[in-house]
Structures are given as C-alpha cells and as structure tokens.
Design a protein. Structure first.
Length: 136
C-alpha cells in the first residue's frame, strides 16, 4: 500500500513534470485522506482562475478525473480525523504543516510508503523511518 499526498496527486491531475511516474504508482493499492480532494481541486482552480494557465472547461475536466479516481476506488479515501492527533505532533516536532503531517501520520499507521512531490515532507517522513517515493 502507498499513501498518496496532495502534491503528488495534483502533479498527476495537472500533468506536471514527471506526472507519468505518479500514474505508475496509482496502479498499485493507494490510499489518501478526504481532504486531498479539496487540496487538489484548489490546485486545479488556481491554475485556471488565478494563474490563467488553462480555460475553465479544462479545469472542469480535470476535476472530473479527480472525482473518478476517488469514486472508482483507484485512490481510497480515509477520514483525516483518524490521524489528526498524531499529525499535529509530527507537525509541531518537525516544523511542517498539519496538512503535510496528516499524510505522514496515515503512512505510519498503515506502515505504508508515502508518495509525495513535497521535498520537505519527504525529508521528514524519511527521518521518521518511512519509505518515501519522492517525485520532483
């Protein structure tokens, strides 16, 4: 099993550099947190509305892809509240956001690998003994 964080899933959905590396991982059993949908949807919105890098119809198509990945169980979704206490401790002790620490806490609980495109998060996860697939 592999825990997929928002930075990696957004890279895949937005087809950013190295997105194909993430696609390969999604073929394995993967899981994430319920707020990943909001984080990735926000990245889609930002690219379209704030950065004006693609039209709204492309953004809507990307959102449908995200929803399909979740609805079809390609990326399993778990409640973030299950991991909040542990994540808060990780965040405080390691100087990272609670958002990033939630995925680390989930990976610890599952004894799973973490897939991320966030360098600082990857470094903290490795320090905590997790196996990490970092996709820059």
């Amino acid at each position: 099993m592999i825990v997929v964080d928002a930075s990696a899933l957004a890279k895949y959905i937005l087809k950013e550099d190295n997105w194909r590396n993430i696609r390969e991982v999604l073929e394995e059993e993967s899981v994430s947190l319920d707020h990943v949908v909001k984080e990735v949807a926000n990245a889609i919105w930002k690219r379209s509305v704030v950065l004006n890098q693609e039209p709204p119809d492309v953004a809507r198509t990307r959102l449908q892809l995200l929803k399909r990945l979740v609805n079809e169980g390609i990326v399993g979704i778990e409640n973030e509240l299950e991991y909040l206490d542990k994540a808060f401790e990780i965040a405080v002790e390691n100087g990272i956001t609670v958002y990033d620490a939630l995925y680390i806490a989930q990976a610890i609980a599952h004894r799973a690998e973490l897939l991320t495109s966030d360098k600082k998060q990857a470094e903290v996860a490795k320090r905590l003994g997790l196996k990490v697939r970092y996709v820059p």
